[in-house]
Design a protein around this ligand. Structure first.
Ligand SMILES: NC(=O)c1ccc[n+]([C@@H]2O[C@H](COP(=O)([O-])OP(=O)(O)OC[C@H]3O[C@@H](n4cnc5c(N)ncnc54)[C@H](O)[C@@H]3O)[C@@H](O)[C@H]2O)c1
Length: 348
């Protein structure tokens, strides 16, 4: 029997327990070791999940029981760890955003290709039932020509959230604010459903918080498929509402609230008769606290997909190129907001 695939988690902060719980629920794999630059954080997580811990990345990368590293460090610190791990022959699961600039995303993608390791970027929202169902409906052209496709992320983070870590709300390490950190999941879903964006016109502002990055942004999008849409993202909207995707076409409307279908209405019903207005899936709201109501189920599904990709030698569902797309859209919004002009995608 081939050996169990072994995981290591790098960065033992807020998101790391979601990875640890997910890994420990997947059959045929094991969490081997956790690592954090702060020894005490590594120790706490190691003890919680009953595995070894270290503050030394080299100890992780030289461990032959480790096949996959899950990079859960602050966003602008993903590249260096990812490249080092790829060179050590470890497969990569990188938390969103892949990195905070396109060249840094490209460097990770290149390192994974050159070292023949798989690269998956965490966009676990794609693995929720409602999102999968909506994607299939679009592929089956059930909406006809789509006219409007919108993403709304009207969330709330108190100032204390930004003050809780030196990297939060900074251009250098967070890479942005309400869009690069929070709205990115919903922006990724929007582009996954709609395909390439042609151009973006946007306004970004810091309205409520004492941070250097935006806490609120509005963007108008033209998609290559002819549809229009908007992105509204904020962390300044108390108490916060569910992140929403709304797709409206000549033959139907669907609304996804936190991955759960809340509207599902088509001119031409499905033969199965399952097309009534319905609710399904699991709610996992990041409206106020990103982790309060969030479960690790979507992470489990995505990590399972990555394990299968490694075993079957195929690309993970969200590979590096896929993971980079939402970053590109967000950087185009920032550029448009800063320069007060329409930005064409692909011209960054
Ligand atoms: N998928 C999601 O829903 C989700 C939710 C929250 C955060 N995230 C992403 O996860 C990443 C981490 O966010 P967080 O909120 O857990 O941050 P955090 O600040 O809570 O934790 C980061 C940890 O990384 C450690 N660290 C920093 N530099 C390191 C290094 N060089 N080597 C090892 N450890 C290092 C820190 O000591 C800290 O413990 C970010 O990229 C963020 O965007 C994703």
């Amino acid at each position: 029997m081939s050996k169990e695939l072994g995981f290591a988690i790098i960065g033992c902060g807020v998101i790391s327990p979601f990875h640890a719980r997910a890994i420990q629920e997947i059959k045929g794999v094991k969490l081997v070791i956790v690592c954090d630059a702060v020894e005490k954080s590594a120790e706490k997580t190691g003890k919680e999940f009953g595995v070894k811990w270290t503050s030394n990345l080299d100890e992780v990368l030289s461990n032959s029981d480790v096949d996959i590293v899950n990079i859960c460090t602050p966003s602008g610190l993903h590249r260096d760890i990812a490249i080092k791990a790829a060179k050590a022959g470890k497969h990569l699961i990188v938390e969103k955003p892949l990195e905070i600039t396109l060249p840094k995303c490209d460097e990770i993608i290149k390192a994974a290709r050159e070292n023949k390791v798989k690269l998956a970027v965490i966009f676990s929202s794609r693995f929720k039932d409602g999102a999968q169902k909506l994607k299939k409906a679009i592929e089956k052209k059930r909406f006809g020509q789509i006219a409007l496709a919108d993403a709304y992320v009207k969330w709330y983070r108190p100032q204390e959230y930004y003050d809780s870590g030196a990297w939060r709300g900074t251009w250098k390490i967070d890479g942005g604010g309400a869009l690069m950190n929070q709205s990115i999941h919903t922006i990724d879903l929007l582009q996954w459903f709609m395909g390439d964006v042609e151009s973006i016109t946007a306004i970004t502002r810091t309205i409520v918080h004492k941070i250097e990055v935006e806490d609120t942004a509005c963007a108008i999008l033209q998609f290559k498929n002819g549809a229009l849409g908007v992105i509204e993202g904020s962390t300044a909207c108390f108490p916060g509402t569910d992140a929403r995707i709304a797709i409206h076409g000549e033959k139907g409307t669907a609304i996804l609230d936190e991955g759960e279908i809340s509207e599902w209405i088509f001119k031409e019903p499905e033969p199965s008769g399952k097309d009534m207005k319905q609710k399904e899936g699991t709610v996992s709201s990041g409206a106020q606290d990103p982790t309060k109501k969030m479960t690790h189920e979507a992470h489990r599904r995505q990590i399972t997909d990555t394990v299968e990709a490694i075993l079957d030698d195929r690309e993970p569902l969200v590979n590096g190129e896929e993971g980079k797309k939402a970053v590109e859209i967000i950087l185009a919004i920032y550029k448009s907001g800063k320069e007060n002009k329409k930005v064409k995608l692909g011209a960054l």
